[in-house]
Design a protein around this ligand. Structure first.
Ligand code: HEC
Length: 145
């Protein structure tokens, strides 16, 4: 009896302690991995367009990969980490202006979709790439430190 009371005490103490233990490290890491991938795919597209690497037909799977990643941006920010942001480059303003952040992410999605459509017609040029990366810049300017 005494033992189980002690055990219950230990369990309830650890339950009390758990919110403090559960920080947002994994969420921040996930977001960072997402954008590292977005950055790498975009750099690959840039190198490909300059003629440095790959072939013209690679632009379709690259654009598809970018489209897939674009779907993941808003869900990755669903948890508000403003008060536990570590050394994240995500500006806490994101969560005060989540509608606007979502709008910028939606714009990125539609630019990535547009880029894919043009890639499928084999008509991609530097101007299309600039238009695509402008959608990155407009979000970074407002929401990346
Ligand atoms: C809707 C907003 C948004 C869009 C669109 C967006 N980003 Fe970002 N990006 C961020 C935020 C916020 C961070 C910081 C994430 C973090 O540290 O948790 C970030 C981080 C990054 C990083 C890693 C950190 C750094 O400074 O190097 C890279 C690389 C990156 N983005 C590239 C891109 C590229 C390329 C595009 C477009 C193809 C893009 N992003 C589109 C918001 C956005």
């Amino acid at each position: 009896m005494k033992k189980s009371l002690i055990l219950m005490g230990v369990i309830s103490l650890s339950l009390l302690a758990s919110p403090a233990i559960a920080d947002n490290t994994e969420i921040r890491k996930y977001r960072e991995m997402l954008f590292e991938s977005v950055g790498n795919i975009t750099k690959m597209i840039g190198n490909n367009l300059k003629g440095d690497a790959g072939t013209a037909s690679d632009l379709i799977p690259l654009a598809e990969a970018l489209n897939a990643h674009a779907q993941l941006v808003v869900p990755a920010f669903k948890t508000n980490t403003a008060t536990d942001n570590g050394d994240s480059k995500a500006n806490p303003k994101i969560w005060d202006n989540f509608d606007d952040f979502t709008k910028k992410a939606e714009n990125f999605k539609s630019e990535a979709q547009n880029f894919l459509e043009i890639a499928k017609k084999n008509e991609i040029n530097q101007k299309n790439f600039k238009q695509l990366t402008a959608s990155c810049g407009s979000c970074h300017k407002a929401y990346k430190d």
